[in-house]
Write a protein that binds this ligand. Structure first.
Ligand code: GLU
Length: 384
């Protein structure tokens, strides 16, 4: 295949350096985790060592791990080939237990606590649930735990599921405001043609932008164990790079796959034009129709303009109706709109807690709630 854009093979831009990233999502495909004998434990342990090394350098790490269906089908003795939905749900249910236990053990061996999160499509696409998952991930990372995430395949239905963990991992990366997504699979990256069938296939080191030519190179095929082929990886690239995360695809089959990348192993970078914070703020500023208004006092206005979250205490009144996770305008009585953000409470709950101190929230609502009405990461101010 001849390349219309020759700079793809001789990039003029400097490649990013792995050491410069702060929040990294590592996606591990089924074929790396599971072979005919079950979990590839030695390999997984070597990845756990790499994750510990990333943490030691100050990076936060999340894992999106496939393998539940592959593991479960072995245990249940299901035949090879495509599975009926009920069978893949049963396999996922059996396999996910073993998968989670293995992750907890290998991470535990290097002193890291693992936390399991199983997501459905709705958890990432519905704003209210999205905020929940995002908050849980944030807490786990603050406690230096590693969230180990998979699709909740035992309840996902055919129509409303990811089905592949490449796109799920990309959504997780944007949800968690990660700055890097690493897709470990059984190929070194994106080639100009399928490397298995074309001896002239060349690895593309960096994709500055996903064009029609790049999509054409991705083709279709997927192996039996992993659902996502190169096509879903390029789709994942679109999601991740739009959300402000760079993505890289690399061969994960080797021991210590992250260390190998640091040593310069070949891979393909997909570059994002922005970073997670600007991408998220752009999304809040531009693409959401505000559902209500929060009017704050001058002290709260000063506090948020100084970079703080909006607390209930500084809010004078609200106008709704809005649901938790909706976008609302932030106003000051005599200065008009000063910004907008995603609100952490529904209008009826917000109405009860405004003017109150954060420690009073539990007593007022009868259940613990978030201290912030709008978190500063979920807010964009005029002029930003
Ligand atoms: N969520 C599926 C599993 O854990 C894997 C999907 C994929 O291979 O991308 O088995």
């Amino acid at each position: 295949m001849s390349i219309a854009d020759p700079t793809l093979l001789r990039p003029k831009i400097p490649l990013p350096r792995l050491v410069d990233f702060h929040r990294i999502v590592i996606k591990v495909g089924s074929s790396l985790l599971v072979d005919a004998d079950g979990v590839r434990r030695d390999w997984l342990s070597s990845l756990a060592v790499d994750i510990a090394a990333l943490q030691t350098r100050g990076a936060e790490v999340l894992v999106v791990s496939s393998g539940s269906i592959a593991l479960g089908r072995r245990v249940l003795g299901l035949p090879p080939g495509a599975l009926k939905l009920e069978d893949s749900q049963a396999a996922a249910s059996v396999g996910q237990i073993a998968l989670a236990r293995t992750w907890a053990e290998v991470l535990g061996d290097v002193g890291i606590t693992a936390g399991q999160i199983l997501l459905t499509y709705g958890d990432t696409e519905e704003r209210r649930r999205y905020l929940n998952a995002r908050a849980t991930i944030g807490r786990l990372l603050a406690m230096k735990a590693v969230p180990v995430i998979n699709e909740n395949d035992s309840v996902a239905t055919q129509e409303i599921r990811y089905g592949d963990n490449d796109r799920l991992a990309a959504r997780v990366a944007t949800m968690a405001s990660a700055d890097l997504l690493i897709l470990f699979s059984d190929v070194a990256g994106l080639y100009t043609a399928p490397p298995a069938s074309d001896p002239d296939a060349t690895l593309i080191p960096v994709v500055p932008r996903i064009t029609a030519e790049i999509e054409a190179m991705a083709g279709g095929a997927a192996s039996i164990l992993s659902r996502g082929g190169m096509r879903t990886k390029v789709e994942a690239g679109k999601i991740a790079t739009t959300g402000g995360a760079h993505m890289l695809i690399a061969d994960g089959r080797i021991i210590n796959p992250v260390q190998r990348l640091l040593d310069g192993a070949p891979c393909t970078w997909f570059l994002s034009p922005s970073n997670p914070v600007t991408a998220r703020k752009k999304w809040i500023a531009g693409s959401i129709e505000p559902r209500g208004t929060v009017t704050v006092d001058a002290g709260a206005a000063r506090a948020i303009q100084a970079g703080n979250s909006l607390l209930p205490a500084g809010v004078r009144r609200i106008e709704g109706p809005f649901k938790r996770g909706d976008c609302v305008l932030i106003r000051v009585d005599d200065a008009g709109e000063i910004g907008r953000g995603l609100i952490a409470y529904s209008a009826d709950k917000a109405a009860q807690i405004i003017g109150r101190r954060s420690h009073e929230i539990e007593a007022v609502l009868g259940a613990p709630g978030r201290a912030e009405l709008i978190h500063r990461d979920d807010m964009v101010l005029a002029g930003e």
